[in-house]
Design a protein around this ligand. Sequence first.
Ligand code: B1M
Length: 213
Amino acid sequence: MNKNYMLEKLIDVVVKGDKYTAPDIANEALGEGIDPYEAIVNGLSKGMSILGNKYDNGEAYVPDLLLGTDAMYAGMDVLNPYLKVEDTNQSDTVVLGVIEGDIHDIGKSLVKTMVSISDFNVIDLGADVSPEDFVETAKEYGAKAISISSLMTTTMSGMETVIDILHEKDLRDSVKVIVGGAPVTEKFANKIGADSTQPDASKAASWLASNIK
Ligand code: B1M
């Protein structure tokens, strides 16, 4: 079967928000030899971006987004176990989550997937995470990095609070902070004193793998 045809099916199942068919399509993609990473990034995730654009253009509504999210996660549940873990002997811990006030967790989940396959030990705090929780968890587990996502301009400032608390607790030198998500720019990341921002989940994982020793 044509690879593009299979990727289109993965895109389509998310755009249609069909969580019941998504696992079948994901299994079909695996059966057709599609790389699970590609199935997630160029299939399911692309479907979510298309749905997001439709929402922005008034062609889709919040219930459509919720259905699309369920379909995306149903497909990822099938694909995730087949992702190749790079044998980097990384045993360092990364704490990740979405900043307080924000429940958009799809990008964060992609970051989690990519960081996990880079062989890090990942602690996923989920969405709507307080700055204090990020720092306390990093301290408790001796994490080398905190990875924070934000999808809303209204919640971004919480990322700076995480960095402020790290300074207050004298932990800033031992914990790298990477921030990301659609509204996060390089200028913003520099302004709040983050170590990096990256445009997508895969680049975030690569940055962590190259910058955590
Ligand atoms: Co809403 N939402 N939403 N939403 N939603 C946005 C973000 C919005 C831009 C839509 C819009 O108005 N145009 C807007 C925010 C505006 C702003 O900035 N102020 C918005 C709003 C306003 C809201 C509500 C307030 C709507 C309402 O209730 N009236 C509400 C907020 C609730 C809350 O958080 N408190 C809300 C709710 C929802 C749903 C629940 C329906 C659903 C989320 C479901 C879920 O995540 N479980 C949803 C969705 C799906 C979206 C859009 C359409 C799509 C987001 C998405 O999942 N994209 C979004 C508009 C859009 O993006 N076009 C929108 C796909 C995902 C793969 O991309 O998360 O960007 P993304 O991740 C990317 C990169 O950003 C990057 O990597 C990923 C790609 O690999 N990345 C990182 C992410 N984290 C990273 C971390 C890194 C590095 C890269 O390093 C640490």
